[in-house]
Design a protein around this ligand. Structure first.
Ligand code: G3P
Length: 195
């Protein structure tokens, strides 16, 4: 139990680093929470028009979760890696530094996949890119990809990994509730649109 708690704390703290906010501020673009969807993630950073910054946000928000998984796994084993990854995701969604108002967890979700089983990122990417190509919605692509992942993992017998990801999927879906409302109303902004 002691190691699980340590893994959770390590993961949470790494997860709370809001790279989208830090990078856009450092680039002199102001507060990313005041534009577009108000989110701190890569999709909203893209709405500043700076693609490199959006890519860097995606990468760094993902890698903070990967680092949490890798460090905890190295120190305390596979299950601790899952715990650290899950808490990195929670840290991104509910960062103490931002009064618990964080992101929606798509990049950190990918980072956990990368840390636990790298090939699963290919599944996520294929579904996300396919859906994004068809619909041009970042949020919808993430909603679909995060549904597919736990199902695939479960079928392949990766039960503890599947359940961890399913829990993250459920939480991320709740965080996407405004996106879901906009998708249903037909008012969600498409990739490449600023609004
Ligand atoms: O899945 C991407 C999601 O986070 C959407 O971001 O900024 O459109 O709410 P945003």
């Amino acid at each position: 139990a002691g190691t699980a708690a340590l893994a959770a704390i390590l993961g949470y703290l790494l997860g709370t680093i809001p790279f989208g906010l830090l990078l856009t501020r450092a680039a002199g673009l102001g507060d990313v929470r005041k534009i577009g969807s108000g989110n701190i993630g890569a999709t909203n950073v893209l709405r500043t028009g700076n693609r490199k910054l959006a890519a860097a946000t995606l990468l760094l928000d993902a890698l903070k979760a990967t680092a949490a998984v890798a460090a905890a796994r190295y120190a305390w084993g596979f299950e601790a890696g899952l715990v650290a990854g899950f808490f990195a995701f929670l840290g991104h969604l509910f960062p103490v530094w931002l009064r618990f108002r964080g992101g929606k967890g798509v990049a950190t979700y990918i980072g956990v996949l990368l840390g636990v089983q790298p090939w699963t990122v290919l599944v996520f990417a294929a579904v996300w890119l396919g859906c994004a190509r068809l619909t041009k919605y970042s949020s919808l692509s993430a909603l679909v990809a995060t549904l597919v992942i736990p199902v695939v993992l479960w079928i392949l017998g990766e039960h503890s990994f599947a359940l961890t990801m399913a829990l993250m999927t459920a939480i991320s879906w709740v965080k996407h509730k405004d996106n879901i409302k906009r998708l249903l109303a037909g008012t969600e902004s498409k990739i490449g649109q600023k609004g």
